[in-house]
Structure formats: C-alpha cells, structure tokens
Design a protein around this ligand. Structure first.
Ligand SMILES: NC(=O)c1ccc[n+]([C@@H]2O[C@H](COP(=O)([O-])OP(=O)(O)OC[C@H]3O[C@@H](n4cnc5c(N)ncnc54)[C@H](O)[C@@H]3O)[C@@H](O)[C@H]2O)c1
Length: 352
C-alpha cells in the first residue's frame, strides 16, 4: 500500500465516478481522500466508493493528504483555481476535467502553475483513449483515406462542453495538427448557461488546420448531435462514432465496419498518467492539447466578436463571448437566465 500513488479527488459529482473507475483499474494508485463542500454529495460519494477521508474544503485536503495525483472534477469555472491550488502543493500530476478552462487566460495560468511547480497536468478528454478513435487516428496516419481534407461534426450544449471533445477529436484523429485560422459566428438571444458558464444558443465554426484540412463544427444547428464525425480524405471517408468507425476508400467495394477492442478509456487514461509520472511516455491528454481545444473555441467567439478570420494564436485572454455579453453586443431578446445543467444541483438551488 505504502508505495502506491496517493490520489485525491476534488468534486464528488457525476464525472468523479468515472475518475474512481479509472483509478480503481490501475493497481499502482489508491484513492485516499475526496473533497466537496456539499456534505450530502461528499458523504454519498464516500459511502458509494468506500473512501473514508472526506473534506468539505479541497485546500485542507491538499494540505493534509500529501497527494501524488489530484483529480479536478468540479464545474468548469473551478478548473483553473483548483488546478493551480493543487499545483501549489506539488503533487506529481493533476488530472483536470474538460474543458481545460473558460478562457485562454485561465489556461495559461494553469500552465504557468504546472511549470513553476514541475507538476504534470493532463486534461480528461478521455475519448483519446477510446480504441475506436485511436483506430481512426491510425487509419488516417496509414493513408487509408489519403490526405484528410474535411471533418464535419455536430454538437450541442455550447462550445465549451460537448464541443470541446469534438474539437479535440478533430485534432486527435489527424495526429494533433494546430489550427492555423478560424472563422465562426454565434447566436445568443436567450440567457443560456451551461454549468454556470454563459453559452451561445447556436454557433458554427470553420477551422483551417495547418495540414490543409478544414474542420466544420455545427453547434445546435443541425442534429443529431453525437460524439464523432465524418472525415473526408482525398481517397476515402471515415464515419466515426464512439462505438465504431466505418471506412470507405477507392480499394473497397463497400463500407468496412470496424469495432476496435481495448481497455476502458478512463482506466487507460490513468495508466498513461502513471507512465507519464514515471517518465516512460508522454500523456495524450497533456494540457497543451486541452488548451488547443479551448483556443479554437475562443477563436470562434473572437471571430464573431471582431467579424474577421482569426489567425492563430488567439491573443485575447478573456473569453470573447463574455466580453460580447458584458459590452451589450449580444442583446437578450428572450430574458430569463436558465442553466441546462441545473439538474445536477442539489436541494433548492438553481445556481451554484
Ligand atoms: N470527460 C467527460 O466526458 C465529462 C462528462 C461529464 C462531465 N465532465 C466535466 O466534469 C466537470 C464536472 O461535471 P459533473 O457533471 O460531474 O458536475 P456535478 O455537478 O455532478 O459535480 C460537480 C461537483 O463539484 C462539487 N463542487 C462544487 N464546488 C466545489 C469546490 N469548491 N470544491 C470541491 N467540490 C466542489 C459540487 O458540489 C458537485 O458535487 C465539468 O467540468 C464537466 O465538463 C466531463
């Protein structure tokens, strides 16, 4: 027991369960403590997963538990402050939920905190560990569809939430090219929020990657929304979901349906974290990839704000969506704040 990596989890809600599943699948780690200011959430979670040490204050847990690995599983706004608080106590690694943060300024502060304390920070875009998505990545690398030319995805729930996974997927399957430019637009006529973050009602983004491929992301514009997309190449097509990838190219008479087998993504994500801590591999969720996905989102907002093609890198550190709202550039026509994730809250509260 003594030589296991000591894990603490900040935030005992729905996604934290997946973190527990990941840690329990890797024998080198042990969950020793959890933290959540909502006592009922803390105790329910502690009982369910048999975790004895429970803290209402995450910083007290960080100070007392000498943790090697910290999971940040709170809502988006707390990703930066909790990751920075964790880094200040110098664990070996932090596994923070997606989206990495709500602005590029916050992402950069997280990277600074990680660098100055020498902590490895990974962002939980766990579908990078989905064997089907890795199969798609390998097919593209092997030239199965020729040169990737276009990727089309359909998402919902605002750009920062589900769509951060989709943008991460666009990069992952292509071998993580950077975006060179982005053009986009948004509509926000209601006071729509997602986990306490203002989001647009709908949006579209076109991303020019530096390998020449064009990404097209439709958010609440043309359902059905799903995690996956269609990737068109110079010599074939990949049709990707979380369950399977279908391949068609000039050598095939019909679609080939492929179902890759492999370890559960949450477990594989932790296994690679241990391997990263021990200096054996990189981690495919390295914060630089989490940041890249947020940067494309901010570029879509920035393009809507400035009415121009945004050449990367994005130089605005605040969220351009928040700037537009604060400046009155997006007048609300159907007033009344609502949060599409209010159902996650407990008791009488409608806002955290
Ligand atoms: N990777 C994925 O596929 C995936 C899926 C779902 C959610 N998420 C992400 O996980 C994050 C959490 O979402 P969720 O659905 O689990 O929310 P949730 O509301 O179920 O859980 C969040 C928990 O954080 C707690 N919390 C609030 N303030 C805190 C604080 N100061 N210290 C410690 N805990 C605090 C809340 O009491 C709550 O129990 C979000 O950022 C979301 O984007 C990722």
């Amino acid at each position: 027991m003594a030589d296991k990596y000591r894990v603490g989890i900040i935030g005992c809600g729905s996604i934290a369960g997946l973190h527990v599943h990941g840690y329990q699948g890797v024998e080198e780690v042990e969950i020793v403590a959890i933290a959540d200011p909502v006592e009922a959430a803390l105790n329910d979670f502690g009982e369910r997963h048999n975790i004895k040490k429970r803290y209402l204050d995450a910083r007290e847990m960080l100070d007392k538990e000498n943790l090697d690995i910290v999971s940040v599983a709170t809502w988006h706004k707390l990703h930066a402050p909790m990751t920075i608080a964790a880094c200040a106590r110098k664990p070996k690694a932090v596994l923070c939920e997606k989206p990495m943060a709500t602005s590029l300024g916050e992402c950069d502060e997280m990277m600074i905190a990680a660098r100055r304390t020498d902590v490895k920070v990974a962002i939980a875009h766990q579908r990078r560990f989905n064997p089907v998505w890795t199969d798609a990545r390998e097919l593209i690398a092997d030239g199965a569809i020729g040169e990737p030319r276009q990727i089309v995805c359909r998402g919902g729930q605002g750009l920062l939430n589900d769509c951060s996974h989709l943008l991460d997927m666009m990069r992952y399957v292509q071998g993580d090219p950077d975006a060179a430019w982005v053009i986009g637009n948004i509509e926000r006529k209601t006071e729509r929020y997602e986990r306490d973050i203002p989001i647009e009602d709908r949006s579209a983004g076109i991303i020019g990657f530096n390998n020449g491929c064009i990404g097209l992301l439709l958010q609440e514009l043309a359902g059905p929304n799903y995690q996956g997309g269609v990737i068109y190449g110079s010599d074939g097509i990949l049709d990707l979901t979380e369950q399977r990838v279908r391949l068609l190219n000039s050598k095939k008479a019909e679609w080939e349906e492929r179902q890759a087998e492999g370890e559960n993504p949450s477990v594989a994500q932790v296994r690679e974290l241990v391997s990263w801590i021990e200096g054996k591999t990189e981690h495919r969720g390295d914060a630089k990839n989490g940041r890249a996905s947020v940067e494309i989102i901010m570029a879509i907002y920035e393009s809507a704000r400035l009415h121009e093609v945004v050449q990367m890198p994005v130089r605005t550190h605040a969220s351009p969506l928040q700037v537009m709202i604060d400046n009155g550039d997006l007048p609300v026509e159907r007033p009344g704040r609502y949060d599409i994730r209010a159902f996650l809250l407990r008791g009488e509260s409608m806002e955290p």
